[in-house]
Write a protein that binds this ligand. Structure first.
Ligand code: PBG
Length: 346
């Protein structure tokens, strides 16, 4: 393209001046106020969900060494952390339970008991916080099984899809009774959303929503989470979680989850799967969430601890990228921290 008005060109200094003087994108980057005005993606604590861990049999909160700053809570410290998040404007909480070793069994029955660690914590949080926040519960067996898999096993040691669905159905009702506003089936069993929806409706919990873990990949980035929930898993979850090589499959999972009645859909992990997130966001007519998982958190923490990256800038940049790719809601262990960084609600 020619640039007839270019002064450098008129002066005969061809090739040295910027050739498109009418196209200067930098104009909108010149001041913080200009950048703020034209920013297409904003972070708001209301869009963030804080995942929290509550552990049975401890009398003080325990640090998770692979996730500096994250705690396994007692019921009391959980309530305090939840209140802090809610007061700062964080949009919701996703609760994970960590039972005592001796309460784990092959069927994960502690997850179904009303007095099990997760259901007791949900009840307590709902009593304390009412409808001031959105209380979400992890609907999965891996925290509760002695073998650490997300479902019950068949005679050959493989996860039995349909037998697991029956347990999820019961677990969903137990969590709804305990006070969850949203249940999050995360085990990647085929048909889990339909079974959970029908069980909730059958028990009179039509108001409880289902957050479907729609695209959940078999990721190395769940490593620190396994410490956080004291997982006993040996082996891997590749026979039920998705292969990182696959993209189209997530659209199939999305179609099925929507047909089965998902109220929200989620992509997980987040940052390595922004392409998938973008696909899902383009195709979904329900709110889309993404989960910045434990390993994503740990990578930022590890690099920041070395002074190799600026923690807060990395946190804001990764979350902004996840939002930009199409996530309306983001689950992140940084939710409270970000709410504080952003100044909380006015
Ligand atoms: C399954 C579940 C996992 C995570 C959330 N729900 C672990 C897994 O699938 O192995 C991982 C979350 C994280 O890494 O932060 N209950």
């Amino acid at each position: 393209m020619s640039a007839p008005d270019d002064p450098g060109r008129r002066a005969g200094r061809v090739g040295t001046a910027y050739p498109f003087p009418h196209e200067r994108p930098r104009r909108l980057r010149g001041t913080a106020a200009l950048r703020r005005l034209v920013a297409q993606t904003r972070l708001d604590p209301a869009d963030l969900v804080l995942p929290v861990f509550v552990r049975d049999g401890i009398d003080a909160p325990q640090p998770v060494s692979s996730m500096p700053g994250v705690l396994q809570h007692t019921p009391d410290s959980l309530v305090a952390a939840a209140r802090e998040a809610v007061d700062l404007g964080v949009g919701g909480l996703m609760v994970f339970g960590v039972p005592r070793e001796q309460d784990k069994d092959a069927a994960g029955s502690c997850g179904l008991r009303p007095d099990g660690v997760l259901n007791a914590a949900l009840r307590r949080l709902r009593d304390e916080l009412g409808d001031d926040t959105v209380l979400m519960s992890d609907l999965c067996l891996d925290e509760f099984t002695d073998h650490g898999h997300c479902g019950v096993l068949d005679g050959r040691g493989r996860v039995d899809n349909d037998a697991t669905l029956e347990v999820y159905a019961e677990m969903a009702v137990a969590q709804a009774r305990a006070g969850a506003h949203v249940v999050g089936p995360s085990g990647m069993m085929d048909g889990q959303v339909r079974v959970v929806r029908e069980a909730l409706d059958g028990a009179g919990h039509q108001d409880v929503a289902v957050l479907a873990y729609t695209a959940k990949y078999a990721s190395a980035a769940y490593g620190p989470f396994r410490e956080a929930v004291a997982s006993t898993l040996r082996g891997d979850r590749k026979a039920y979680q998705q292969d990182p090589a696959n993209r189209t499959e997530s659209l199939r999972e999305l179609r099925l989850d929507l047909e089965e009645g998902a109220d929200l859909v989620m992509v997980k992990p987040a940052l390595p799967y922004l392409d998938v997130l973008s696909d899902v966001a383009a195709a979904a007519d329900v709110p889309v969430a993404a989960y910045q998982v434990s390993g994503e958190y740990a990578m930022i923490e590890a690099a920041a601890a070395q002074g190799w990256v600026d923690r807060d800038r990395m946190v804001l940049e990764t979350l902004t990228s996840i939002r930009r790719a199409g996530a309306q809601v983001v689950l992140t262990y940084y939710a409270t921290h970000v709410a504080r960084l952003l100044g909380g609600p006015c």
